[in-house]
Design a binder for this molecule. Structure first.
Ligand code: PLP
Length: 414
């Protein structure tokens, strides 16, 4: 009977087929090594707080004040004060004057909102265009919501920018949405306005909803302007995602938002359905919402901007990674234009893939990095790439890149 009972607990097919996200074998092995006392350099997960980059003072203050107000559920779409702060941010800082307080939905990170917005949109068999390479959460959620992710290529030979002709060819009668993540995880690319305009044109031609994951907005090292995708598609429904996990350095608070940018009065049925679905989870966590106004205050935004200026933690980690990578043989990397990732191509000996390399890097060199195939959505194998975060203090970042170089040299020497 024990076997019978266990058999009833098998996972659903659509979940078991997954292998979702970045928390796989490598992470469990890293945990195991740590529990045995090994000191690792962790350039795996994109978590600035885990590297000791402190949250803005205004956020820390908000986290200790009026906590008795954070015990209750909030409205299903989020606390009015936090929604108003998000709308104000979009209007005054992002150049989207049409966004009002009722155009924003709050959630437990972009992650939960991605799920809610896709679940609200997709019927079984609907297709969604996803960047390749790209952040694996998006195709995973498309699949879990009954849709089919259709990768569009963003080749390294094109500076990791999308091939717009290939994208247009992949849109078809079942395509419902186009997902854009900019600045890009994992490649560190920043797509310029002309590329965003090209993406909007494809969405317009095929009647697609735009999903703009701009969680890394503000972390750009190339000259602007850096308009939000929605500014280039005022005639379309564009869902713009952001939150406090990256520049505000409080990913553990699980605070994110999505703003619906659209011509006035359009997409009502979809957005009402989104609110109904959001009501099923009752409310996002209240503590995360409570700090949103502080995190979007001028002082916190100035504090965040200082991170990417000379002397700032992100700027210095990036500089260390670039300098160290330039010195290593057998490793080539596109310029780190934005976000906090490097995605170098490794000159691996035949027979060694990026998965093997990452495992050996962890076991033999105590460095945790994510192998390229985890970001592959389609034709790209990415079996020669490795993603490294540029978040650790410069000395650690440099040491990690040097150890990548050492392992490469050892492998190539046979
Ligand atoms: N979108 C992208 C592109 C990300 O890289 C991440 C986290 O790494 C997320 C969304 C998740 O954000 P959140 O912490 O708000 O759920």
């Amino acid at each position: 009977t024990a076997t019978l009972k266990a058999g009833g607990a098998r996972p659903a097919r659509h979940v078991a087929a997954g292998g979702h996200g970045l928390r796989g074998t490598l992470t469990s092995e890293a945990r195991e090594l740590r529990s045995r006392g090994r000191r690792l350099i962790d350039l795996g997960l994109g978590d600035p707080a885990a590297h000791g980059i402190p949250a803005p003072a205004a956020v820390v203050t908000a986290l200790s004040g009026r906590l008795e107000e954070t015990h209750a559920y909030t409205e299903e779409a989020g606390q009015p004060a936090a929604r108003a702060a998000v709308a104000e941010y979009f209007r005054t800082r992002r150049g989207l004057p049409g966004v009002g307080p009722r155009d924003g939905w709050l959630g437990n990170g972009v992650s939960e909102l991605a799920f809610l917005t896709l679940q609200t949109l997709l019927d079984p068999g609907d297709e969604v265009l996803v960047p390749d390479p790209g952040y694996p959460m998006w195709p995973a959620y498309v699949g879990l919501c009954g849709g089919t992710p259709v990768p569009y290529p963003c080749p390294e030979s094109n500076g990791w920018r999308p091939d717009l002709d290939a994208l247009a060819r992949r849109a078809g009668p079942r395509t419902r949405a186009l997902i854009v993540v900019n600045p890009v995880n994992p490649t560190g690319a920043v797509w310029p306005p002309e590329v965003l305009g090209g993406l909007a044109a494809v969405a317009r031609a095929h009647g697609l909803v735009l999903f703009a994951d701009e969680i890394y907005d503000g972390i750009q090292y190339v000259p602007g302007p850096h308009p939000p995708l929605a500014a280039l598609a005022p005639d379309l429904l564009c869902l713009v995602f952001g939150g406090l996990s990256k520049l505000s350095r409080v990913p553990g608070l699980r605070a994110g938002w999505v703003a619906a940018c659209r011509p006035p009065g359009t997409a009502r049925a979809y957005l009402d359905a989104l609110t109904s679905l959001a009501a099923l989870r009752l409310s996002p966590n209240t503590l995360g919402q409570h700090v949103i106004p502080a995190a979007l205050s001028p002082s916190a935004l100035a504090d965040a901007a200082a991170l990417t200026a000379p002397g700032g933690a992100l700027h210095e980690a990036r500089r260390a990674a670039r300098t160290a990578m330039a010195r290593q043989e057998g490793l080539r990397c596109a310029p780190l234009d934005g976000a906090f990732y490097a995605f170098p191509r490794l000159d691996l000996p035949p027979g060694t893939g990026a998965d093997d390399f990452a495992l050996r890097l962890l076991r033999e060199k105590s460095v945790l990095a994510v192998p390229g195939p985890q970001f592959a959505a389609g034709d790209h194998a990415l079996d020669t790439h490795l993603r490294l975060t540029t978040l650790a203090p410069p000395a650690e970042t440099t040491a990690a890149v040097e150890r990548v170089g050492e392992l490469l040299a050892e492998l190539r020497a046979g």
